[in-house]
Unconditional design. Structure first.
Length: 277
């Protein structure tokens, strides 16, 4: 029988599934957190923490919808709402940091929730740290591995990307560190492979990261493993690969039809990897 926090959690998740604004990937990630938090072995503190977080998230997205319906929305309106959300997220971070998980599943839920909060306040280094802790505790879910790969790559781009793209200024040491960071992202993406049809999308991410790091032959092999790549032929018959560039939020939010609680990456993936919304 569901307790009051369980009921609130799944009620909020049903609300999210009918909202057009939340990231579909976040919707599925919330459900992964909920499965650990509402497991019979999880502590009540985990349920309460997630329930409060989702309550604040629902409020935030309702406010976004309210602003979208207005004709005279200002930059100040958007900045005010974003600022209030950041405050709410940091409140959750503080609560989650001090929470006593008591059980393994409760601890996994806590770490995943911290990772999600830090993602939205733009602190990828902490996102990576909490995802790694969740995986170390047993969160062996392809979505979690994928999130780790994504955020490791994002962190590599933010930490080294500007310097590496200006190759003349990049030292051999900096370039080696960038390549190492990219290979760590590839390792996480490889752990997300399940043998299912959605592996093709993961191989595309692997190829993207490898090409960005300068491992063109390995990137080509990864592309060869992927299905439905949409590669084009150049005038001389050579295959041309899309410029990888940094990952954008648009590439996560432009998705295929979201199948509720499927937890398959192919259900979250954009039909066209062109960054358009």
């Amino acid at each position: 029988m569901l307790d009051s926090n369980d009921e609130a959690i799944w009620h909020h998740l049903r609300e999210f599934s009918h909202m057009p604004t939340p990231s579909p990937f976040s919707q599925v990630f919330y459900e992964v957190i909920a499965e650990y938090a509402t497991d019979s072995a999880a502590a009540e503190a985990s349920r309460e923490l997630l329930s409060r977080f989702l309550d604040r998230e629902v409020f935030y997205y309702r406010q976004i919808e309210r602003l979208r319906s207005k004709e005279d929305v200002t930059i100040a309106d958007l900045e005010s709402l974003a600022g209030k959300r950041s405050i709410a997220l940091y409140d959750v971070i503080e609560e989650a940091t001090d929470a006593d998980s008591q059980t393994t599943n409760g601890e996994i839920a806590r770490q995943l929730l911290l990772a999600e909060c830090y993602y939205h306040v733009e602190e990828p280094e902490k996102v990576v740290a909490h995802l790694e802790l969740a995986l170390a505790d047993g969160a062996d879910d392809s979505i979690v591995h994928f999130a780790l790969g994504y955020n490791r790559y994002r962190l590599a781009i933010e930490s080294f990307g500007t310097t590496i793209r200006g190759a003349a200024e990049a030292s051999a040491h900096q370039h080696a560190l960038f390549q190492k960071a990219c290979l760590q992202a590839v390792s996480a993406f490889q752990n997300a492979l399940t043998g299912a049809d959605n592996d093709s999308e993961i191989y595309q991410w692997i190829a993207r990261v490898l090409q960005t790091a300068g491992f063109d032959e390995a990137a080509a092999r990864a592309l060869d493993r992927a299905d439905d790549l949409g590669l084009v032929e150049s005038d001389d018959g050579e295959r041309e690969y899309p410029d990888p560039g940094p990952i954008t939020e648009a590439e996560i939010q432009q998705v295929r039809e979201f199948f509720k609680r499927s937890h398959r990456l192919s259900d979250l993936w954009p039909e066209d990897d062109d960054g358009e919304v």
